[in-house]
Design a binder for this molecule. Structure first.
Ligand SMILES: C[S@@+](CC[C@H](N)C(=O)[O-])C[C@H]1O[C@@H](n2cnc3c(N)ncnc32)[C@H](O)[C@@H]1O
Length: 391
């Protein structure tokens, strides 16, 4: 907590220092902690009191806190040469050298490394990857088999996030796609990094209940899936289509398509940016308690939509290896890293036929308006089918 930017800028290094500062500024300790822990710039009267006590200008305080509004950006840009001269040598010191890594598991199409993805990323060829999917830990103090720290301060988590995100950007080919799965609150920060380098195609809301009862807030019912591309247009975008939603019991339409029924594409409805058909993995025989396994149909959709056979898919946070399994079945080359145990990934590969069948089942149900089963019940109950409409 005391390493965060606010307390560092205020020279507060322990609880005693915090108490003294709170007394001087007449700001409650809890409020100072809130500003510090949430990396929020102090507002209004609190700011005036802080500046009086530390006796620096608002501008210097903002710079220390890393708050760069557009006026500050403009000034930095106008003085870029002078500023570069001052900070260049500091930045160079942080450039660590790259190592070569040996995969711990290989298939004809993929390579899995048991490494910290931040180091692995530096060793991979720049601009070589067609699609990146990343499902990082959410910093929710979860226990991972790797025993990694999942309760960093907000600042440290965001610093770590920026490091791997920027590393991944370098690996992506022009026209390549980058998907990031996270809580909406973290993805707002990740977007602000990516917006500077890539084109946002979609903020996809994936409707899966978190199962976290959070008091005094709306009930969180979606995960955020960011979808960006390097450059203006993706090299690959294959339209995914969904079945029409009907009542499972009687076959009736759930939405009213009015006079547009005969304009619906018989290959299915255009996939929207709210996905309601992705269910959490609960009973899969490969579900392990700690692995945070994502559903196969999520990865099947992303990989089918944004890559072609033979393309390279990279996922820096392996978990139980869902991305690698789906890539293998869909004939994509893949690169993966997992810092913790990888047995659950290898176990899944040993039974890849099970997953192949799952993927065939998923594919049989997409890119059609009605399955045979749906057609039967609609016919029986007298609901429209494409061939019964006037075109
Ligand atoms: C949320 S899980 C990914 C789950 C995965 N998408 C799946 O469907 O199974 C995140 C994983 O990233 C791993 N991890 C965390 N930090 C890492 C790092 N620096 N390098 C590689 N793996 C890391 C964790 O051990 C954890 O297994």
């Amino acid at each position: 907590m005391f390493e965060n930017k606010l307390f560092t800028a205020l020279n507060i290094s322990d609880n005693e220092g915090l108490k003294v500062f709170a007394k001087k500024t007449k700001i409650k300790i809890a409020k100072l902690k809130y500003y510090n822990n949430e990396s929020i710039f102090p507002n209004d009267d609190d700011l005036t009191r802080i500046l009086e006590v530390i006796n620096i200008s608002e501008l210097e305080f903002k710079l220390k806190m890393g708050i760069f509004d557009s006026k500050i950006f403009q000034a930095i840009s106008d003085h870029a040469k002078n500023i570069t001269n001052i900070i260049e040598s500091d930045l160079k010191k942080n450039n660590s050298k790259t190592e070569e890594y040996i995969p711990i598991f290989e298939t004809a199409l993929g390579k899995l490394y048991q490494e910290d993805s931040l180091s692995l990323i530096k060793s991979l060829e720049k601009q070589s990857v067609d699609l990146i999917f990343a499902d990082p830990p959410f910093n929710l103090n979860k226990r991972y088999e790797s025993n990694m720290n999942d309760k960093l301060t907000k600042e440290k988590y965001l610093e770590w996030t920026e490091n791997w995100v920027l590393g991944c950007l370098e690996l992506l080919k022009e026209g390549g796609s980058f998907f990031i799965w996270n809580l909406p609150s973290w993805n707002t920060h990740i977007s602000s990094i990516l917006n500077k380098y890539l084109t946002l195609r979609h903020w996809i809301a994936v409707d899966i209940k978190y199962n976290l009862p959070i008091p005094n807030s709306l009930y969180p019912s979606h995960y955020s899936l960011l979808y960006y591309t390097k450059g203006k247009k993706p090299n690959t975008f294959i339209q995914e289509r969904l079945q029409l939603e009907i009542c499972k019991r009687c076959g009736a339409d759930i939405k009213d398509y009015g006079g547009y029924k005969n304009k619906l594409n018989t290959k299915g409805l255009t996939l929207p940016d709210v996905w309601r058909d992705i269910s959490p993995v609960r009973h899969n025989k490969y579900k392990t308690r700690d692995s945070n396994q994502l559903p196969i149909n999520l990865l099947e959709r992303i990989i089918s939509m944004a890559s072609n056979e033979g393309d390279i898919v990279f996922d820096p946070f392996g978990g139980s290896g869902t991305t690698y399994i789906v890539s293998e079945v869909l004939n994509r080359r893949w690169i993966g890293s997992e810092i913790g145990p990888i047995d659950s990934i290898i176990n899944r590969f040993e039974d890849i036929e099970f997953h192949r069948q799952q993927i065939i089942d998923i594919q049989n149900k997409k890119n059609i308006l009605f399955t045979e089963e749906m057609r039967k019940i609609r016919k029986k109950n007298g609901y429209w089918l494409p061939e019964t409409l006037k075109r």
